[in-house]
Design a protein around this ligand. Sequence first.
Ligand SMILES: [Fe+2]
Length: 464
Amino acid sequence: MPPHPHCHWRGAADWKSLGLELSTTSDEACKQFDALLTQIVNHYDDETVGGAAGCIEKMFKADPEFLMGHVVKLGVSGQLVHKDPSFAQDIYKMASLAQQPHVKLWERKHAHAVQKLCEGKPSQAASIWEDILVDKPTDIISLKFLHDMYIMNGLSYGLRDSLARVQPYWKPQLPFYGDVLGMYAFGLEETNMYSEAEKTAKMALDINRYDAWATHCVAHVCEMTGRFKDGIKFMMDTENDWNDNGLQCHNYWHTALFHTESGDFESAYGILDKHIIPFMNKNKSMFSLTDAASLCFRLEAEGYDVGNRWLDCYNTSKDHVEDTVWSYFDINTMISCLGAKKTSDCDNLISQLKHVIKENIGENAAIYRDITLPICEALQAYDDSNFDLAVEIMKPLKYHIHRVGGSHAQRDLFNLFAIHAALRSSKPENQKYARHLLMERKSQKETPLADRLLQRLVDAHGSS
Ligand SMILES: [Fe+2]
């Protein structure tokens, strides 16, 4: 990756002068912390500083008790205390460090927020980060954590408004200014403010053309407004700016979606095989699994054989069947296990969801009960060719699915799932429901997908 515009790492006095005093006397710890944040916010590893792992090592070597270092390291781990006793120890050690008298109030609040997050209470964590921002509107750590939380919770307005509120405080000379614009652009996009979103994303790209999150925002705008040709052109014109970033797999996924929606399945397969699956096989990340599995599902639903690609998905997801961290991951794990015909893993995943519900573990319990478990059962029904049951389950969930998290483009998977189940149903009322869902899609954007599935309905069931 080329150097990020922000590469003059801030020491203790720099942080203090910005109103973000850190409770360490180590300049080196502060500088490594800044370098770490820059990589996290920008989804990449900077080899010139030893990557994120190298920064963490140097940061704790300089000050093993540096509280904000522990906050960020644990906060981005994606782990939960009830799943891992040694991780729980790390969290409670951080909580203990936060009680030291020299710790600043905003840092103590951060530690509390990360503790809540890792106890499975992301909404409580988000409230604390919102609270920090009232006093510290230029705190990029709160903004980034909130951005991720609102994506996980599917709370579009939080995604936009958390950034809208602090815009007047962010000046172009501040580090992360462009990144904040890129995040704000995504919040605008997720609340259907498409022209404002695109304009803001392009302002971020004018500051840093390698801002893969701002690029990603432009892709979302093109997806939601049906500008598939524009989207393909933009992504291909800028490919060398983002294809070395941690978001590369997801940005390729967006590019493949443009092709899929347009009916160019060969190009979609090309991207899947050349970029998405190799990235997933190499990194084994759950984020890349969601890209691969959801794309395989879309392609297979359109009648194209996904073949051994399901096994690639399964090989990434099989160690996460019992994770129960985030609904969108769980559902894509279910999709990959169904695709690879791994029945016992599917049953195990269902058992894990039921365990969280029964034991009322964290905020996931209610979401799993209301949405995630029913969707997984609908997917099983669809896989068993019980399309009527799949429709019956999915219908009442339609306006509640945002609770599984993710973006509108990611959750479009569930719109498509309901359409395909209804289209395959033997019941005339479900076939009519499929037609209504497709007409709804056509009302929102130019969509070759809706046109070809409407034609498929006519071919299969007549025009009534
Ligand atoms: Fe996206």
